[in-house]
Design a protein around this ligand. Structure first.
Ligand SMILES: NC(=O)c1ccc[n+]([C@@H]2O[C@H](COP(=O)([O-])OP(=O)(O)OC[C@H]3O[C@@H](n4cnc5c(N)ncnc54)[C@H](OP(=O)(O)O)[C@@H]3O)[C@@H](O)[C@H]2O)c1
Length: 342
């Protein structure tokens, strides 16, 4: 089988394709013949050597990849999936491979009507959105929420889920070519921050503030996201991509250090006195909670069945174009979800 291996931190040239023995599933595991692999912004951060859980849980070398879709190729003892069945799976790293062994608790049937490339890109963005929305922010129907990077992977899932929950969703995008996609996903107002003053437009759309704001930009917007919460509002922080380079593939350590210093610290006293909450999470630390993952996947698959949401646009790359996929995602220009085809 073939897999992408990163031997040490760096740019796109660190993504090497290597042959490896096909793994055998142990008890409670199964092997998937992978048809498509979801690409996440986190994979780029792993490659740059800046992703804490990858360093803690794996180290170097590492094969990135949190999600795949394909067909069951072999089952270990105690696993009752049928050979050939189409499945999607979550993986705690290792997904950039043509064959993948995963615990059966991380494997789910492909929702009807989805292609394997769509299915591969589904779990991370919808699980992230589900956790941010339903476990942390918990807005009520009718409340107004703001989603940054609304036409990206996680943003597309957040917009649709919040809309389905009855929220009014204001989406922020970084370019004119993303406005229509964000509108189609269900935003009642799309702010194109490349053309208009983001926070003036955000205040005009919600003078009383937002019940919840979802922010993975980090330093570029975090302070203003907090300021624009309504009384009792919740700011959900789940990434820091504005610290990262848009081109070249290598972090600028001077910028990184400066952004780190400028990233706001929230005082407990201020949270109480201003009546606001700041919440954060990282899905890669949640894999031991098979109960939560499977509850959330049940809600997500149900949403697909109800027609409440759909996969955003999916752009495919061959596995040996992995460097181009990373470069495109890092550029900030992509819309929807990227997948690799091994
Ligand atoms: N905590 C978790 O468990 C978890 C799980 C999954 C993803 N995430 C995080 O969620 C975020 C979105 O992930 P994704 O894979 O779905 O990516 P994505 O949203 O498809 O792509 C990133 C988007 O962020 C915006 N952006 C702003 N500043 C940027 C910069 N300096 N460089 C690149 N993009 C920039 C761009 O959109 P606009 O220009 O339109 O704003 C870009 O399209 C990432 O920060 C990721 O690490 C966190």
């Amino acid at each position: 089988m073939r897999k992408v291996v990163i031997h040490r931190a760096g740019g796109h040239d660190r993504l090497t394709l290597e042959d490896s023995p096909t793994p055998t599933p142990g008890p409670g595991q199964l092997r998937i013949e992978v048809a498509a692999i979801g690409v996440n912004y986190a994979d780029c951060v792993i490659r740059m050597g800046l992703y804490a859980s990858a360093k803690e849980l794996v180290g170097w070398p590492i094969t990135p990849g949190f999600e795949v879709a394909g067909r069951v190729a072999a089952v270990g003892e105690g696993v009752d999936w049928e050979l050939g069945q189409e499945v999607l799976a979550l993986s705690l790293f290792g997904g950039y491979a043509s064959e993948l062994v995963v615990p059966a608790t991380q494997v789910f049937a492909v929702p009807a009507g989805l292609s394997l490339p769509e299915a591969a890109g589904l779990p991370t963005i919808f699980l992230t959105a589900d956790y941010a929305l339903h476990m942390l922010a918990r807005p009520r129907a009718g409340e107004r929420v703001l989603v940054h990077a609304a036409a990206g992977g996680v943003g597309s899932a957040l917009v649709q889920m919040a809309r389905d929950h009855g929220c009014e969703v204001v989406g922020v995008v970084g370019g004119a070519h993303k406005v229509e996609a964000a509108r189609q996903l269900g935003c009642s107002r799309v702010i194109d921050r490349s053309r208009e003053d983001l926070w003036a437009a955000a205040r005009a759309s919600a003078p009383e503030g937002y019940a919840a704001i979802f922010d993975a930009n980090g330093v570029s917007t975090l302070r203003d996201s907090y300021r624009n919460l309504a009384p009792a509002g919740r700011l959900v922080v789940y990434g820091f991509h504005s610290m990262m380079p848009r081109e070249g593939g290598r972090p600028n350590y001077a910028k990184l250090a400066w952004d780190f210093v400028r990233t706001p610290w929230f005082s407990a006293m201020d949270l109480v006195n201003r009546n606001r909450s700041v919440l954060g999470f990282n899905l890669s630390y949640m894999f031991h909670r098979a109960d939560l993952l499977s509850e959330a996947m049940t809600r997500i698959v149900d949403g697909f069945k109800r027609g409440a949401w759909r996969m955003p646009a999916v752009t495919s790359y061959a596995l040996d174009e992995v460097a181009r996929a990373h470069a495109d995602l890092e550029s900030g220009r992509t819309v929807g979800k990227l997948v690799l085809l091994p």
